[in-house]
Design a protein around this ligand. Sequence first.
Ligand code: UD1
Length: 360
Amino acid sequence: MKIISVVGTRPNFVKIASLVKEFSKHPDITNILVHTGQHYDEKMSDSFFRELEIPEPDINLGIGSGSHAEQTGRIMIEFEKVLLNEKPDLVLVVGDVNSTLACALTSVKLGIKVAHIEAGLRSFDREMPEEINRILTDQISDYLFTTEKDAEKNLLNEGIAKSKIFFVGNLMIDTLLIHKERASNLKKPDSNDYAILTLHRPSNVDDKETLSNILEIIREIQSQIKIIWPMHPRTRNNLERFNLKEKLKEMKNVSISDPLTYLEFMNAVMNSKFVLTDSGGIQEETTVLNIPCITLRDNTERPVTIEQGTNYLAGSNKNSILEIIQKVLNGKAKQYRGIKFWDGKAAERIVSVIKNEKAN
Ligand code: UD1
């Protein structure tokens, strides 16, 4: 069986790592790894391949950055050539980024079956580019692999046949469980009296006023606890564009760095008091690591991390964010209560479904 697995951005690499490892145990599966090149910096891409022991991509489309239409269009044009050349039995896409939708759409138009990993997550906020990518990818996929129970409900509500949906668990957690020990063996920070911050959602960082408001909240938090902020290039570019860098320089208790590698980041999270983020994947990783996560968004497509995990949906209201932080620092944070199939075996389940379906 010939499969093409697609990756494009940082969270995709983390998810594909455990699946590629599982594929290598099955000699009857030929997996061709295609990197669209949506993320390309050493810190955003190469370091993940190295640390997570993902084989070099067989093909790199080298697409790079651009507007949504440019990026999606260029990926489709280049990926179509790969499909015509390789003629795979199945294309496997992960997550909700532009590479996910572009490659799924190119495949179905050529009559090639598509499997979507992390299907059915919904924020119900169509202003998020990822929500559009999720809905459209799910509509055209043949196999929908889900990470949490709510996802199946969402898919059924959108008219997707139950026979296409497979609850398999979470690849991102597979990868975390494989590499957790290595991450914890890295040198510990001198003190664990700090919080981590990550910020990159367009809704938070693409508008000057919103980003300024967030900086004001950060100013307040850093007067209570040191903040370590590995900065996404989108955010770095916008702080410059909006002339907001000076504001940040005044905050002496905020330590800004380039994006961290996977192991460095996990190590920093494990040793932190809490994480402030607008990322999707980090809500899941902090839950399993039992580190409080304060999500700087009004919605989440991952509600199980609120119900069963350590995640708080804090929005952008300064007082409610500070209130949650107080609770966490007083030792009253929520504890992880376990989530079905977040057990390190998602890759195994996915491969078993793919093989069964092929046999039928
Ligand atoms: C993308 C995904 C988002 C995901 C995030 C993970 C879409 C629509 N968005 O957002 O869902 O959560 O990746 O990080 O697919 N840049 C660099 N170096 C790189 C990559 C990007 O400098 O290696 C800069 C460029 O200026 C680029 C900007 O970051 O324009 C944004 O990159 P892009 O891939 O378009 O979106 P992300 O914000 O990274």
